[in-house]
Design a protein around this ligand. Structure first.
Ligand SMILES: [Zn+2]
Length: 466
């Protein structure tokens, strides 16, 4: 009897572009490539796509990453689109699933931000794959019931969690299971096998042949086994990853396992058994999301900068929103709808002026339209401030915290240009409380603060800021 196995790859890179120029800076360590996007594209995205590996696994590609591939590695981009299209033709459902656009830890986000991120994720997916998504990957698998409820209301049917995030009789069986929603109804959850997934991700050197290893893992199994891991495992984190994956995906008579994809399996195996989720948990932090707000043992050393950075950005978001609503409520019956639709401008399929014109019956002057456009654009950068990567690592002085601060500064600049209100000085002052800990690295030393990052970003972009 063959055992069903699904492999899901979460392909994602921290965004890197400078919000003032739109350019990705040259990155140390990526040599001989210009930056890590280029390096990882060559090591992972290209070889996996070209080997046909994306045809047979279930996958999601971060919307910011797939946008980069569209612009910089169009051949790989087209091959990825083809993988989903051919799967859809063969099985009636695609094998790609969606992702919130900015990899936000949704349980830490306000309800309004959850909705925007999920709507933007769906719109981005439709743009890339030409169809409605059925499933959505949650950034870091961070989950709460409100998030699942919003996914369900937006027409999505399933997500993936890790076995330590659920309560119920699971025993290595990926399900899918039913999770009861607070507003009524159920949402489907696939549960990944943590041990097997981690073995593939972190102990690859102990695996000699992919196919034999996978055959060993399914021995004595009941139901679906799900391996879910970072897609970059296959070629970037693990150099042998592409070869191992290709080997696992080979068609062979007499195999003890049968490869399936999630949407296809859900279609033929609607969930019956119910489980509960552990709210405010994630696959990469066992401290109730401490990694992305208060700090926790996931990152060693002094993590006191984390809660300060988060609360400073939360406060800034409140102020940006208050200005946004004050300026737009007089003219638009639903100011947030304009933000939700703005993703089409980012994707290049709509133009800002048309969007504004269609969202209000008021007759706007050119100057008014321009100012409103800037406030809506500020909302994009305000969303990017919460990219989870900003808090993922130990050090404040890394590109990721710098990225979220730069996004905040770009939002501040746009609000100032639109209204004359300068939120910069208060924001900078609040950043003084985010102190750099541990040993000296780069420009920041112990005792230095995030305000110095602010100053560096300001100096580096002086021409554009002025
Ligand atoms: Zn943690």
């Amino acid at each position: 009897m063959t055992q069903p196995v699904a492999i899901h790859g979460h392909f994602y890179q921290p965004p890197r572009e400078n919000p003032f120029t739109g350019e990705v800076p040259r990155e140390k360590g990526a040599e001989p490539y210009h930056d890590y996007n280029e390096k990882i594209a060559v090591e992972c995205y290209q070889p996996n796509a070209l080997a046909g590996n994306l045809d047979r696994i279930s996958f999601n590609i971060g919307p910011t990453l797939i946008g980069w591939l569209d612009r910089h590695d169009h051949k790989t981009y087209r091959r990825i689109q083809e993988a989903d299209r051919v799967h859809r033709q063969t099985h009636g459902v695609g094998n790609a699933i969606a992702q919130p656009v900015h990899h936000t830890i949704l349980p830490l986000a306000r309800r309004r931000d959850k909705i925007t991120q999920i709507k933007w994720g769906i719109a981005s997916f439709r743009h890339r794959y030409g169809r409605q998504p059925r499933g959505m990957w949650l950034p870091e698998m961070a989950v709460d019931l409100i998030t699942l409820e919003i996914l369900s209301r937006r027409g999505l049917s399933f997500t993936i969690l890790s076995e330590e995030q659920v309560q119920g009789e699971v025993h290595g069986n990926a399900g899918p299971y039913r999770v009861r929603l607070p507003g009524g109804g159920f949402f489907a959850v696939f549960v990944r096998d943590r041990h097997v997934s981690n073995q593939l991700s972190f102990a690859t050197d102990q695996i000699t042949a992919g196919r034999q290893w996978l055959a060993d893992q399914v021995q004595g199994r009941q139901g679906l086994m799900l391996i879910a891991t970072d897609g970059e495992t296959f070629g970037h984190h693990q150099r042998r990853g592409v070869q191992l994956l290709t080997d696992m995906l080979r068609d062979e008579a007499g195999s003890p396992y049968q490869l399936v994809t999630l949407a296809d399996y859900l279609r033929t195996h609607p969930p019956v058994r119910e489980i509960e989720i552990s709210e405010r948990t994630a696959w990469s932090c066992s401290h109730h999301l401490g990694r992305w707000d208060r700090g926790c043992g996931c990152t060693p050393g002094d993590h006191s900068w984390k809660p300060v950075l988060r609360s400073t950005l939360d406060l800034l978001a409140d102020e940006i929103d208050a200005i946004y609503l004050y300026e737009l409520r007089r003219l638009f019956s639903n100011p947030w709808l304009l933000v939700d639709q703005y993703i089409d401008v980012v994707l290049g399929v709509a133009d800002m002026n048309t969007l504004i014109r269609e969202a209000t019956s008021a007759k706007l002057t050119t100057g008014q339209s321009l100012r409103i456009g800037k406030l809506v654009q500020a909302q994009l950068h305000r969303q990017r401030m919460f990219t989870s990567c900003g808090w993922f690592f130990e050090k404040l002085n890394r590109p990721e915290p710098r990225y979220v601060i730069a996004q905040a500064m770009r939002a501040i600049q746009l609000v100032k240009q639109a209204t004359g209100t300068d939120l910069g000085p208060d924001f900078r002052e609040a950043l003084c409380a985010a102190k750099c800990g541990r040993a000296r690295t780069g420009l920041l030393a112990p005792g230095h603060t995030a305000a110095m990052l602010y100053d560096e970003i300001e100096a580096a972009n002086q021409l554009v800021l002025s």
